[in-house]
Design a protein around this ligand. Structure first.
Ligand code: GTP
Ligand code: MG
Length: 206
């Protein structure tokens, strides 16, 4: 059976999460008019990718930049994610600054269920526009927040998007292969058989 991973896009309104979602899944840039473009729900779509020679199923989740949802909807999305793409727009310093809050929010819900095996990825979108964010700012942020992977991409031109997503899936798959802790995308964290046998004869879902 193919491994399944859940990846979630988070970040401020208008940074281009939905545009990245379309670019990754359907390979084109979907421009929308200002009135109708804000994401109102948690859209998701599943697609197969190849990683380290294996076929993997990836559920990519788009989320609204303005939280309008009940806590349980947000917490269940975060706690079952394998990778979180923290998206900012390179021409919007405020969207970069608020990533700390987005990360804290995600960590809060993940910590609540003991889910620590997450791949955090920093994604600067709109690289086709002039950037307000210097490489030093990015370096300081990733080192302070202990983020291992950072990319600058453009959903509009497609520049860097495919490479970024391939890397995310590859590293996520590598983490899964090297780890004893697995995440069931529907139910949360599941201990591996070795861990389970040691503590409890049945699987433990948080
Ligand atoms: N120039 C440029 N514009 C982009 C890019 N990606 C998205 N946009 C534009 O930025 C605006 C917001 O994009 P969305 O994808 O709707 O942003 P979002 O993060 O999903 O916003 P919310 O759903 O409100 O949270 C739209 O007008 C997009 O066309 C990009 O790479 N370059
Ligand atoms: Mg959106």
């Amino acid at each position: 059976m193919a491994a399944r991973y859940k990846v979630v896009l988070v970040g401020d309104k208008d940074v281009g999460k939905t545009s990245l979602f379309h670019r990754v899944l359907f390979g084109y840039f979907k421009d929308t008019d200002e009135e109708n473009r804000s994401t109102l729900g948690f859209d998701c779509f599943e697609k197969s990718f190849s990683a380290l020679g294996d076929l993997v199923e990836v559920e990519l989740n788009d989320s609204p930049g303005k939280t309008r949802f009940e806590t349980h909807q947000i917490s269940s999305l975060y706690r079952s994610s394998n990778a979180v793409l923290l998206v900012y727009s390179v021409e919007d310093f405020a969207s970069f600054s608020s990533l700390r809050c987005w990360m804290e929010e995600c960590r809060y819900y993940m910590n609540a269920v003991g889910h620590h095996n997450i791949l955090w990825v920093l994604v600067g979108n709109k690289s086709d526009l002039e950037s307000d964010i210097t490489p030093e700012m990015v370096e300081d942020f990733v080192s302070e927040m202990e983020i291992e992977h950072s990319f600058v991409v453009s959903a509009k031109t497609g520049d860097g998007v495919e490479e970024m997503f391939e890397k995310v899936i590859e590293v996520t798959h590598e983490m899964r292969l090297n780890s004893k802790v697995n995440v069931d995308p529907d139910r949360g964290i599941k201990l591996s058989s070795e861990e389970t046998n040691r503590s409890n004869p049945s699987f433990c879902y948080c």
